[in-house]
Write a protein that binds this ligand. Structure first.
Ligand SMILES: [Zn+2]
Length: 517
């Protein structure tokens, strides 16, 4: 078995002269084993030592301690007749020690990896734990010095924008979709910038990009023969947005469908919510009883077939049961005028009000009063009109597109009212759902029939947009390449950018995002 020699701990080509402790560092004095060195100007080998000088180098930690190598560096005389250099400092292999470096190449390699993986500041603190003394700035410099990593010329790319700062400054990210790697970050999202980059990559055959927009134009100009693919993720987004627009256009009809008597469940107290749900149940019963009566059933028959009490059926048929809340005297009722007065005078603390009420003979518990005051506060926060106002377009769009099982009773009532009152919106929802299903199933044959149908619907704008970019959209439905990956890379970019602590200069970002994949 070959034995391990302590000299193997040193960089190749050096031997130890001595070692000592200096604080928490191990200081090893070393010298080069070679008797000569070649002149950097003429390349002639010289063994005539002129002088010596100490060179202090940081190296990989030794057994958890910082390591310092004190190199007894030599100066040589150049003896070549025609060389203008008289004296030169000894040179080593760049893979071991670079001419002016203060760290050995093997340490520099680790420093560079740390900076790439963690970013300046986090890398600096981690390096300290590893007994590698480097500053934040040194780490950033280490990343910069290596320049932009090279990449294999891509054939299938995804291109998308990303925000340096939301709504403020945008850049462009380009992915190699085959190798699943980010290969370039461009400083802005101008068509000219993207075009310039794309022109340099004439081998690109497929460009996945968002629908329409500047990248389509840039790709068209720079790579006229490349196939453009509309990014499926963006298509899904476009479709959802088209539905939201349709809802916005229909708000007037929606409001009248929901009616002014809408109850905002947010304003109800817990007890009232229970009552409200009871009310919805009662409304169902009422509707069932009325329907039977309409078909000519007698009270007796309704009672027998539906199992409701005779009194209840009679009440419903006389129209005496359409209250929202069962009229039930609240324990608070007698005190409401007094409470309102206090509220108006600014006494709004629930427990204080409750204590005063108790002195006035109120026997209910604190919860009754605090629920009342909470409700007052909520209703004041909204203006009077918003209480009866329909939900926002965004909310309506969401309610209409999420699963029924995820809706509360009140939301179900709202959606049902919209669906029966605004049929064009129901149609728009179907058209959008069909579009998204078509994308998921990747069914290009369905595109033309879909466009025909969508043209006359509330989401005609989506149909028009798709028609304008039809080649790329149908490519999205038949090509395996979608830009979904670019989205993933943008997420990683955001993470890296956060770790840069606001020092996210493009070259550093690029080195970090592209360097580690
Ligand atoms: Zn020379």
């Amino acid at each position: 078995m070959p034995s391990f020699r302590a000299s193997e701990l040193l960089p190749t080509g050096f031997c130890a002269v001595g070692a000592l402790s200096e604080g928490d560092s191990a200081v090893v004095t070393i010298r080069a084993m070679s008797a000569n060195s070649s002149c950097p100007s003429c390349g002639a080998v010289s063994n005539r030592v002129h002088s010596q000088y100490p060179r202090r180098l940081a190296d990989l930690p030794i057994a958890g301690r910082r390591a310092v190598l004190m190199l007894q560096a030599r100066r040589f005389r150049c003896e070549a007749v025609l060389c203008e250099r008289r004296i030169f400092t000894e040179r080593f292999n760049d893979n071991i020690l670079k001419p002016w470096a203060r760290r050995t190449a093997r340490l520099d390699q680790i420093v560079h990896c740390l900076a790439i993986a963690l970013g300046g500041r986090p890398a600096a603190s981690f390096a300290r734990r590893l007994s590698i003394p480097v500053s934040n700035d040194t780490l950033l410099r280490a990343v910069r010095r290596r320049g932009n990593p090279s990449f294999v010329p891509p054939v299938i790319i995804g291109i998308d924008d990303w925000a340096w700062r939301r709504n403020h400054r945008y850049g462009t990210l380009i992915c190699d979709l085959e190798r699943r790697k980010t290969i370039a970050l461009l400083p802005d999202r101008e068509p000219a910038t993207a075009e310039a980059w794309l022109i340099g990559q004439p081998q690109i055959a497929v460009v996945a990009r968002d629908r329409g927009g500047s990248y389509a134009l840039a790709a068209q100009k720079a790579l006229p023969n490349a196939v453009q693919v509309a990014d499926r993720w963006h298509l899904m987004e476009n479709a959802s947005h088209a539905f939201l627009d349709a809802v916005r256009k229909s708000m007037r009809q929606i409001r009248s469908a929901i009616g002014a008597a809408t109850i905002n469940p947010g304003l109800l107290t817990a007890a009232e919510k229970l009552q409200y749900e009871g009310y919805l149940r009662r409304e169902e019963t009422n509707a069932a009883i009325l329907a039977m009566a309409k078909e000519g059933a007698t009270i007796k028959e309704i009672v027998r077939s539906a199992g409701y009490s005779r009194g209840l059926v009679r009440k419903v048929l006389r129209g005496q049961r359409s209250d929202v809340f069962r009229v039930r005297s609240s324990s608070l009722e007698a005190y409401l005028p007094w409470l309102d007065e206090q509220w108006a005078a600014g006494r709004r603390n629930g427990s204080e009000l409750w204590r005063s009420l108790k002195q006035r003979g109120f026997r209910g518990c604190l919860r009754v009063v605090s629920e009342w005051s909470g409700r007052r506060r909520r209703s004041e926060r909204m203006d009077a009109s918003s209480i009866s106002r329909a939900p926002s377009a965004r909310t309506v769009a969401r309610l209409m597109t999420i699963g029924r099982d995820q809706l509360s009773k009140a939301e179900t009532v709202t959606v049902a009212a919209i669906e029966s009152g605004v049929e064009s919106l129901v149609e728009a929802r179907e058209v959008v759902a069909d579009f998204q299903a078509m994308i998921r199933r990747m069914a290009p044959a369905e595109l033309d029939p879909w466009i025909e149908r969508a043209k006359t619907s509330l989401v005609a704008a989506l149909a028009n947009g798709v028609t304008k970019d039809k080649a790329a959209v149908s490519a999205a439905l038949s090509s395996a390449w979608s830009n979904g990956q670019a989205e993933g890379h943008i997420c990683k970019l955001k993470l890296v950018k956060r770790q840069m602590y606001g020092r996210g200069k493009l070259d550093l970002l690029q080195a970090r995002v592209i360097g580690v994949t």
